[in-house]
Ligand binder design. Structure first.
Ligand code: SAM
Length: 264
C-alpha cells in the first residue's frame, strides 16, 4: 500500500495547485532526504557522462552559478572538474543538504539562498555560465515569473556568458502520452517517477519510493518552442537545444531537453 507524505500539502484539490511559490512547500525535509535516492548520483553521473563539463569547457567557462543546486549534484561535479562554482537555491532544505553532500565529498560549497525572480538582490557577481538543471525551471507557473527569472539569469552573466537550462520533453508527454520506455536519467533504480496528471497548464508527477512512500511535484509543462522563444525574447541571441544530450533528435524521442542560450 502506498502512503502520501503528510508533510507535503497540496490541499483538497492538488490539480489546482499551480503556483510558482509552492515549490517551497513541495521540497519538505523528508522529500529532500530521499531526493538523492531519487536522483542516484552514480547512475546519473554515468548516464549524463561529461556532457556538461565538455560543454562548459568548450565555451571557455570558468565561473559557474548553479541556480537550482538542489542537493548539489552538478555543483559537486563541476567543482571536482575544477570550475569555480557558486550554488544557489530558493529552498534552505536543499542548500543544507547540498552543503553536507559536498562536504562529505571534500568540497566546501559556496551557497546562496535566492529565489530566481530576485536573484540579483543577493548575487552581485558576474558569471561565465548559469546552469538551471534537473527540470527545475518548470516550477515557474506564471509567464511573468519565467520572464523575470530569465532576465535575472541574463543580468548575472558576463557579456559572452551562457545559460544552460534543461527540462523534460513535455511536448512528447502532452502529445504522445507517457511512455515508460524512457529511462529517466536522474532516477534511482527503485524509484518510480511518473506523471499523475497532465494538461497544458500542469504536469503533476508522482514519485514512489521503495518503502511505498509517495511524494508529488506540480510543475508547468513547458513546450520546447515556447521555452526557446522566451529565451530569445529576454535577449539571448542564439539558443541551441539538445535532446538527451544529442544535437540531432526526433522531436518526440528524447526524455530530456537541454537548452544552451548564448548572450552574445
Ligand atoms: N538541480 C537539482 C538536480 O538536478 O538535482 C535540483 C532539481 S529540483 C527538481 C528543483 C530545484 O529548484 C529545487 O531545489 C527547488 O528548491 C529549486 N527551485 C524551484 N523554484 C525555484 C525558484 N523560484 N527560485 C529558486 N529555486 C527554485
Amino acid at each position: 500500500m502506498t502512503r502520501a507524505n503528510p508533510e507535503q500539502s497540496f490541499g483538497a484539490n492538488p490539480k489546482e495547485v499551480r503556483d510558482t511559490n509552492h515549490y517551497q512547500e513541495e521540497y519538505v525535509k523528508s522529500f529532500v532526504e530521499k531526493w538523492d535516492d531519487l536522483i542516484d548520483w552514480d547512475q546519473r553521473w554515468k548516464s549524463e557522462g561529461d556532457f556538461f563539463i565538455e560543454l562548459l569547457r568548450s565555451r571557455g567557462v570558468k565561473r559557474v552559478l548553479d541556480v537550482a543546486c538542489g542537493t548539489g549534484f552538478h555543483s559537486v561535479r563541476l567543482l571536482s572538474a575544477g570550475f569555480d562554482v557558486t550554488s544557489a537555491d530558493g529552498s534552505p532544505e536543499m542548500l543544507y543538504k547540498a552543503f553536507n553532500n559536498a562536504r562529505n565529498r571534500g568540497h566546501l560549497l559556496r551557497t546562496v539562498q535566492a529565489d530566481w525572480r530576485w536573484l540579483n538582490r543577493t548575487v552581485h557577481e558576474q558569471f561565465d555560465a548559469v546552469i538551471c538543471l534537473g527540470n527545475s525551471f518548470t516550477h515557474l507557473f506564471a509567464e511573468h515569473d519565467r520572464r523575470k527569472a530569465l532576465a535575472e539569469f541574463y543580468a548575472t552573466l558576463n557579456h559572452d556568458g551562457i545559460l544552460v537550462l534543461d527540462q523534460r520533453n513535455y511536448d512528447s508527454i502532452l502529445d504522445q502520452g507517457f511512455s515508460s520506455k524512457h529511462k529517466y536519467y536522474y532516477c534511482g533504480e527503485d524509484v518510480i517517477a511518473e506523471p499523475e496528471h497532465m494538461d497544458e497548464g500542469l504536469a503533476r508527477f508522482r514519485y514512489t519510493f521503495p518503502d511505498n512512500s509517495i511524494f508529488h511535484l506540480n510543475m508547468f509543462p513547458l513546450r520546447r518552442k515556447y521555452a526557446r522563444r522566451l529565451m530569445h525574447e529576454v535577449g539571448f541571441q542564439h539558443v541551441e537545444t539538445y535532446g538527451d544530450f544529442k544535437g540531432t533528435f526526433d522531436a518526440n524521442d528524447p526524455d530530456f531537453l537541454v537548452h544552451v542560450a548564448e548572450k552574445e
